[in-house]
Write a protein that binds this ligand. Structure first.
Ligand code: PMP
Ligand code: GLU
Length: 396
């Protein structure tokens, strides 16, 4: 297993910053806004009120009720007894995979896929089958035939992440219905990672568990990091059929015991009273997405138009690892190699950064030839090879 590439690049960027280097960090997926003030206040109040003990392992009842209401509003037939509150969505995924996957069990991923799915499956001893959405502009609907060929009665689990990290793609209702049909036909458990569910632009993402036939075969994963800008608070949850929750609950109680007490209280406030703040952040992300797409287009680079999350895939170089290293070393722009998501040839950009920083990043990449080179190759100008050779020697 490799270390998490998203965390590794972000650590490297932080190290450079500590040395006084001005890094434009577009690597880790982390909103750059402060946590909404009322949520912070709720956390402080909870500390003052002495909420510093262990809580019931699966979470405090008031938070589980608030989460249940949210899931019901999303059309899921949710029940607080089928819910576990975790320290982050990552832990929710980890416990789910540990509970359901054993030696040799087959898990299907849709590529490009977030870095930690593969690692979690490997830790559990499972085997991976991968279906690539890259040729379909990262969309799932046109890849349904390929998915149909990949799954079988031997498939134990399928992971669906929409809006997607790293592509920003939001899957259509028809795609989700296609997933449902395959899951029912082959009796597959679907893990629906909906952590970016509130970060969509002009389109809504339907929850998989709300589709007919999916209630008893979907594990819905969510968390507070992205929508409420609460990455460091570490709060997430999963909702799953009782049989899954029963097994995962054992892992939960033996590993983390419970999520942090006062943080859970802040989570209630986040679910109840942040609609305006969430809307404002979403609007900022949308503006930044548009600015970045325009800036890249001005420099001859076309990217797939992401409809959600705050990521986009930048086509770079066959050796995306070398490209990302060089972009960090020479231009001090941090991105994550597409290979980490099983998408070689791309770099993932997290555009959860201010407009100034996005402009600065593109300026630096253009000035140092990182985008320029791509544009030249793309437009097949007569002297394209000259630039390519020049750049390759610089990288090596
Ligand atoms: N799923 C996806 C797709 C992610 O990008 C992340 C990264 N934050 C997580 C789950 C886990 O997030 P957290 O643990 O911060 O809730
Ligand atoms: N999920 C975010 C990312 O992809 C945060 C880092 C991580 O958990 O992987 O950048």
């Amino acid at each position: 297993m490799e270390p998490s590439a998203t965390i590794a690049v972000s650590n490297l960027a932080s190290e450079l910053e500590a040395q006084g280097v001005d890094v434009v960090d577009l690597s880790v997926g982390e909103p750059d806004f402060p946590t909404p003030e009322n949520v912070v206040e709720a956390g402080k109040d909870a500390l003052d009120a002495g909420h510093t003990t262990y809580t019931p392992s699966s979470g405090i009842p008031a938070l589980r009720d608030a989460i249940t209401q949210k899931l019901r509003a999303d059309g899921i037939d949710a029940d607080p007894s089928e819910l576990i509150v975790t320290p982050g969505g990552k832990q929710a995924l980890f416990e789910t995979v540990q509970a359901l996957i054993g030696e040799g069990d087959e898990v299907v991923l849709l590529d490009p896929a977030w870095v930690s799915y593969e690692a979690m499956v490997k830790i559990a001893g499972g085997d991976l089958t991968r279906v690539d959405t890259t040729p379909h502009d990262f969309q799932l609907e046109p890849a349904l035939d390929a998915l149909g060929e990949a799954v079988s009665d031997d498939t134990q689990m399928l992971v669906v992440n929409s809006p997607s990290n790293p592509t920003g793609a939001v899957y259509s209702d028809a795609a989700m219905a296609g997933v449902r049909d395959l899951a029912v036909e082959h009796d597959i458990i679907v893990v629906s990672d909906e952590i970016y569910g509130r970060v969509t632009y002009g389109t809504e993402q339907a929850s998989l568990a709300s589709f007919e036939g999916m209630g008893d075969r979907t594990v819905t994963i969510n968390g507070f990091s992205k929508a409420y800008s609460m990455t460091g608070w570490r709060l997430g949850y999963f909702h799953a059929p009782e049989s899954v929750i029963g097994q995962a609950g054992k892992i939960h109680s033996h590993s983390v015991s419970c999520a942090t007490n006062f943080v859970q209280h802040a989570g209630i406030e986040a679910l109840h009273n942040t609609d305006e703040a969430v809307d404002r952040m979403r609007e900022s992300f949308r503006e930044r997405r548009d600015i970045l797409i325009d800036l890249l287009a001005d420099n001859g680079v076309d990217v797939s138009h992401p409809d959600g999350a705050f990521y986009m895939m930048l086509p770079v170089d066959d050796d995306d690892q070398a490209w990302c290293e060089a972009a960090l070393e020479e231009s001090h722009v941090a991105t994550v190699p597409g290979s980490a998501f099983n998408a070689p040839g791309y770099a993932r950009i997290s555009y959860a950064a201010s407009e100034d920083r996005l402009r600065e990043a593109v300026d630096r990449l253009v000035t140092d030839g990182f985008l320029w080179r791509w544009r030249v190759i793309e437009t097949e100008q007569a002297n394209a090879h000259l630039f390519r050779d020049q750049k390759v020697s610089r990288v090596s």
